[in-house]
Design a protein around this ligand. Structure first.
Ligand SMILES: [Zn+2]
Length: 199
């Protein structure tokens, strides 16, 4: 059982376009059901409109849109194969390219926990909440070892212990490869370090 983490550089448009929101209305932070603390960035609100940086568009589109946008091809892969972890896809209007249809997915928070002892997590403070696992800033780790018995079967989900980290199951990642999905870069979970962490 392998898990993969999306590791694209969000602002690299050397090959594929990145997106910039044209509407900057944002709602509240998603909150932890236990402690009420913020567990992600503020939600972007409709109407969803973006401008793309160039003509060539990948199946995954990154940039200043959280978490990312996808093409209809990804929507179809998710629905045709019972991929679990996306609660909805909202259509996004592309203001400078009428030929592209993009969607923004709403992705669930997974139950999966990292085995912090095996991974060698170093925290600058103690974490405050057992559910969201936030509150204690993580300064370093040796590897990202999942406690695989805590996995709830989702094929795409947000990892609670590392904000902004999106995990794919082997099933979903293999389907992306079989369908020749473009602009998706992943790392095997054990080898992933977020861009803000010094290695
Ligand atoms: Zn919490």
């Amino acid at each position: 059982m392998n898990l993969f983490v999306i590791s694209n550089n969000l602002f690299d448009d050397r090959e594929y376009a990145i997106a910039e929101p044209k509407n900057d209305r944002y709602g509240d932070f998603p909150k932890c059901s236990a402690c009420g603390g913020p567990i992600g960035s503020r939600r972007w609100l409709p109407e969803f409109m973006v401008k793309l940086s160039k003509k060539k568009v990948g199946d995954f589109v990154f940039g200043s849109v959280d978490p990312f946008l996808v093409t209809e091809k990804i929507v179809n892969i998710v629905y045709d194969n019972e991929i679990h972890g996306v609660t909805s896809f909202n259509q996004v209007t592309v203001t400078n390219n009428k030929n592209v249809k993009l969607y923004i997915p709403e992705i669930e928070y997974g139950a999966l926990k990292i085995d912090e002892e095996v991974s060698g997590f170093i925290r600058t403070k103690q974490q405050r909440c057992e559910v969201c696992r936030l509150g204690g800033a993580i300064s370093a780790y040796n590897k990202l070892e999942p406690a695989i018995n805590t996995w709830d079967g989702l094929d795409i989900f947000v990892l609670r212990q590392l904000p902004g980290t999106i995990v794919l199951s082997e099933k979903f990642y293999n389907l992306c490869n079989e369908n020749m999905v473009t602009n998706l870069t992943v790392k095997q979970m054990q080898d992933y370090y977020p861009p803000w962490m010094k290695q």
